[in-house]
Ligand binder design. Structure first.
Ligand code: AMP
Length: 284
């Protein structure tokens, strides 16, 4: 497995496979690899000839009160895991390689997609997705992938990337991979490492809440009872969500009813030090 630190090294390493017409797949990650990342890597391995994994904790997508400094980092372990998964090339740049002195350009997906489901705006506002879109656009330009793989756990992120690719004509196929969960349903996340034993148990209320919403959902019925069922499940675990909302799964417009289109029920909640998110797509 080849580990590159600069755009120049990365381009040089990909020149021959690109010339030979081999399909290049990109899996962007912030490291602290878990089963969710592995699922993306396997999907890329299945569809592509060359699997590139980026490993970069992107400062511009963290709010001023978020966990940039304490975000789990263990590059040696991540490289070993990536190698065992058959990754061909890792791109692990330093912050200055991605954001050199004087960096002043960003990509912003406008409209509702990036400005809803914010929760506490003091903690994380729409600038989060500006950071995500900007770094992913840069990765697309640096790697030049044929396909890029993202997780459904970050449903809004996947929609924002889809829209950016469409609007800016990136010649990249965006593949969204289902959420990988622990045995009790908790969505795998690098931030689960922040949970102590008690918090870890309470966190399982998030997927339970989404299942409760699914059970309470009725075709053509309103979304409110489904949200109420989910909220009750969270309350039982002493969790006050940052947001718990039903939205059109493609446009993120508010969804008042299950009207035949897929509805995204999305939740974000702070459990201890961890901000956790999860979602379920119901109906459609
Ligand atoms: P991150 O390293 O947290 O930025 O995540 C990198 C990629 O992995 C993103 O596309 C995430 O949506 C995806 N991902 C994270 N957790 C999961 C999960 N539990 N299941 C599937 N994909 C995931």
């Amino acid at each position: 497995m080849n580990v590159t630190r600069t755009k120049a090294e990365l381009r040089a390493a990909l020149a021959a496979p690109r010339r030979d017409g081999r399909l290049i797949g990109l899996v962007p990650t912030m490291g602290a690899l878990h089963g969710g990342h592995l699922s993306l890597l396997r999907a890329a391995r299945e569809r592509c000839d060359v699997v590139v994994m980026s490993l970069f904790v992107n400062p511009s997508q963290f709010g001023p009160h978020e966990d940039l400094a304490s975000y789990p980092r263990d590059e040696a372990r991540d490289l070993a895991v990536a190698e065992a998964e058959g990754v061909d090339l890792v791109y692990a740049p330093a912050v200055e390689e991605v954001y050199p002195e004087g960096f002043a350009t960003s990509v912003e997906v406008g409209g509702e997609l990036a400005s809803v489901l914010d929760g506490d705006r003091a903690r994380r506002g729409p600038e989060h997705f500006r950071g995500v879109a900007t770094v992913v656009a840069k990765l697309f330009n640096s790697v030049g992938p044929d396909a890029a793989f993202f997780g459904q756990k970050d449903a809004q992120q996947a929609l924002v990337i889809h829209r950016m690719v469409r609007d800016l004509d990136f010649p990249v196929e965006v593949v969204v991979v289902p959420t990988v969960r622990e045995q009790d349903g908790l969505a795998m996340s690098s931030r689960n490492a922040y949970l102590d034993a008690d918090e870890r148990q309470r966190a399982a209320a998030l997927p339970r809440a989404l299942r409760a919403a699914e059970s309470a959902a009725r075709p053509s019925g309103p979304t409110a009872p489904a949200l109420a069922a989910a909220r009750a499940e969270l309350e039982r675990a002493g969790i006050e969500p940052e947001y718990l909302e039903a939205r059109d799964a493609e446009t993120l417009a508010p969804a008042e009813s299950f009207n035949g289109r897929p509805v995204l029920v999305a939740v974000a909640a702070r459990v201890g030090r961890a901000r956790l998110i999860d979602n379920a797509v119901i109906g459609g």
